[in-house]
Ligand binder design. Structure first.
Ligand SMILES: [Fe+2]
Ligand SMILES: [Fe+2]
Length: 464
């Protein structure tokens, strides 16, 4: 009996170790029971990795007890953590009474290298090492997901997060060359519940891959939205009207500029300014990708709401003025992609339906699947003219986006429930110059046209 108990204990510890320690093994599939055992051991102090300002940096954030005041991350190329580099960060107040938020940036990371990191909240007591593997940034692949949205009011969060983990399991078991993850918001459902962050950050993959996120409309909810307490985003732009929920930022990976927008924040010129600042700081980027939550040229009911119309009028012109290539969105929980769009019009491209376009005009908008059992089926009511492809299954899924150093942008989308690829689309660039336009900026190019259309008396006053 005693031996049986010891064996059970050793097996349980084995499960926990396999979920939390360094190794990332391919084709691993965890059962719901094992997931629940693991889930009972974690809380909102779990560490979150976000991209640094570029591929040579990695940002960390985590919650700890209020009394711990020296956040440290050590990085080594050796699993025994010998010859480590040490990075000391900062702490700030937290969304949780009795806790602090710790933020550390590690710099000087090289390509194609296996690293191990440990972290400590007090400079003394360090975690077990986790692995972090870098790839080349000349050509690279990232994972695109959205709307984890764990719902603490309706669901068991352990089961909710198991579904999210299953999407990642499917993605990483089939792609050993992912560099990082982009998630287009609704990281939580309630906006102010710490347990929902535990669910979103629970997959072990997130100890080894950075996840770049944006603020979704659900993250913008609640008494005090928690988003900004759970991320350590680089190049954050507060603007004149900082958002309590979280602000936009940008980062660079290889030849690609990523501009990450809080699309809840539209009633100011801050988003325009952020896009301009990011573009001005990255004149040599060959691709410009925007990420925001709202699917303004999207796949479901949200795309026809007033919020989408406002964002099309007040935010999209910033991307158009700066000749962005692709905008990644979520919100409607249905995978799809638009035709290339410019000023609300479809830019016809003869080869679009063949799945390969070269040097297109306009911007392609992608809408992601949701990722914790909450994807939806499209409705006939939403047969929008801008849709080039929409997924009918209603299953969760993920996309991979590969950007090659010879000018290819390759989208592949996978239904993770059926385990099959459902879409592929390629943009080829031979001309890497951007056609930046002066459409009048926020006031003359966006706000005034919007007000004139919405309020005819305003147009009359201005004689338009
Ligand atoms: Fe959502
Ligand atoms: Fe949403």
């Amino acid at each position: 009996m005693k031996l049986k108990r010891i064996v059970s204990f050793v097996l349980f510890i084995g499960i926990i170790m396999s979920l939390t320690s360094v190794a990332l093994s391919a084709s691993e599939k965890i059962s719901l029971d094992d997931w629940k055992s693991y889930y009972s051991t974690i809380d909102n102090t779990i560490i979150n990795l976000t991209p640094g300002a570029d591929e040579s940096e990695l940002n960390f954030s985590w919650h700890s007890s209020f009394t711990a005041q020296k956040p440290v991350v050590r990085i080594s190329e050796n699993e025994d953590m010998s010859d480590y580099d040490e990075f000391i960060g900062t702490t700030s107040v937290s969304d949780v009474i009795g806790q602090r938020v710790n933020r550390v940036t590690a710099t000087g990371l090289e390509e194609n290298t296996t690293y191990y990191y440990t972290y400590s909240s007090d400079g003394d007591d360090f975690s077990e090492p986790s692995v972090y593997i870098t790839h080349s940034s000349d050509s690279f692949k990232f994972l695109f997901v959205s709307d984890q949205q764990p719902n603490s009011e309706k669901y068991d969060l352990a089961e909710n997060s198991y579904k999210w983990n299953t999407v990642l399991e499917e993605a990483f078991n089939n792609n050993d060359d992912i560099s990082f993850i982009v998630s287009a918001g609704d990281m939580t459902n309630s906006g102010d519940v710490k347990f929902e962050w535990t669910a979103t950050l629970s997959p072990k993959y997130l100890r080894s891959y950075a996840m770049a996120t944006v603020v979704g409309n659900h993250d913008n909810r609640g008494l005090i939205p928690t988003y900004s307490h759970y991320v350590n985003n680089p190049n954050t732009y507060l603007g004149l009207w900082p958002s309590i929920a979280g602000n936009g930022y940008w980062f660079r990976y290889g030849d690609v500029l990523f501009v990450m927008i809080n699309s809840n924040k539209i009633n100011s010129h801050d988003t325009y300014k952020l896009v301009d600042l990011a573009v001005d700081a990255n004149p040599d980027a060959k691709w410009r990708i925007g990420v925001m939550h709202h699917d303004v040229y999207g796949t479901g009911g949200h795309a026809s709401q007033e919020s989408a119309a406002k964002i099309r009028a007040l935010v999209v012109p910033a991307f158009e003025e700066n000749d962005f290539d692709v905008i990644l969105t979520g919100h409607d929980h249905i995978y799809g992609r638009s035709y290339f769009m410019d000023k609300g019009e479809i830019v016809r491209n003869d080869s679009y339906n063949s799945g390969v376009v070269t040097d297109p005009d306009g911007i392609l908008y992608m809408t992601s699947f949701a990722s914790s059992g909450n994807s939806r089926k499209p409705s006939e009511d939403h047969n929008y003219p801008w849709l080039g492809y929409v997924n009918e299954s209603g299953n969760d899924g993920y996309s991979t986006i590969e950007i090659t150093d010879d000018g290819e942008f390759i989208i592949k989308a996978f239904d993770s429930t059926a385990g099959e690829q459902i879409d592929e689309f390629k943009i080829i660039k031979t001309d890497f110059t951007f056609e930046e336009k002066d459409n009048g900026g926020y006031f003359y190019g966006a706000l005034i046209p919007y007000l004139c259309e919405k309020y005819p008396f305003f147009a009359k006053i201005l004689g338009k």
